[in-house]
Design a protein around this ligand. Sequence first.
Ligand code: 1HN
Length: 374
Amino acid sequence: MTANATPSPVRLQAVAGPGQPEPTPALEQLYRGFERELLVPLWTEISGLMPASPRSRAAPHLWRWQRLKALAAEAGRIVPVGRGGERRAIALANPSLGGRPYATPTLWAAIQYLMPGEHAPEHRHTQHAFRFVVEGEGVWTVVNGDPVRMARGDFLPQAAWNWHAHHNAASEPMAWIDGLDIPFAAYTESQFFEVGRHRISAAEQATPERSRSERLWGHPGLRPVSQPAALPATPLLAYRWADTDRALADQLALEDDGHAATLSPGHAAVRFSNPTTGGDVLPTIRAEMHRVRGGARTLPRREVGSSVYQVFEGTGQVSVGEQRWTVGRGDLFVVPTWQPFSASADEGGALDLFRFGDAPIFEALHAQRVQVDA
Ligand code: 1HN
């Protein structure tokens, strides 16, 4: 009997090859010794441990909004929302990530659905999150007691450890997408979670047009002097579609007037930013809106880190690595690390793409690389 009663999870095979020792009985015996002692030599592993460039476990993949929405609506009919399950959220599971509810190795993305009059109970967690609304209105998300209206095109960041609940004050169901850094938090084993009140107060179920956070922080270029200098995540809880739309339209109009404003011809983009730093809205998540003019195409680009896109408006073609899809409103797709991505808009209308990704993680670690094929 050896010291290890349970079989070793280490499996080593002596195989001939460049840089490999001669497969001999002595080598076999050495490898059995490594297995017993839970040791793995670098010479059998190096190409897996140190690939020349990032190889993703995730696959490029597309989910059609109409299909997601139909299933979410059916869940709305038969699955209650409340304490325990917490949210009627249905996550995108990347086909190459083993059935885990992970869109990419670092990002969770889900469609969430709330019926008229329904409440999603209050809780908080250390994962950073946001909501993005591709259609509909009528839900208020209540963050630390501040009710924030949600409507088409709005981006609503939700930094770690803030209490939040949602309530649908309308007579229609509403769907939106949630993005969180759940897989990253799981991988780094850094999660905390706490439940709050089952039902928020009547006062917090108010339905104001503008949240307190917008009244304080939602004035371009103007920061409240009473507030702290640099916050790690944005204190602004809603970025409204009217502002995003105007910023993109202005970039394209400037280009028409012969001024440098776009990323490349016909490709305007804005990044949602933290008004206290100018940096990303959340420490782990970057969020942007892109507009590609009808008939235009973006430059193929690859980056360290993964992204999820949702088509906000328009139709076009996107290519991710070897994949190519025709896309329309609401469709969601994944761009894994270091896979080239480009998009083109059909003639006659712009293609608006919402994008979120994990770039802030890599920038913080000085591990970010971007390659654009001009
Ligand atoms: C969460 O709190 C929300 O607040 C959405 O809407 C999705 C997925 C896992 C854990 C917490 C939300 C979530 C979540």
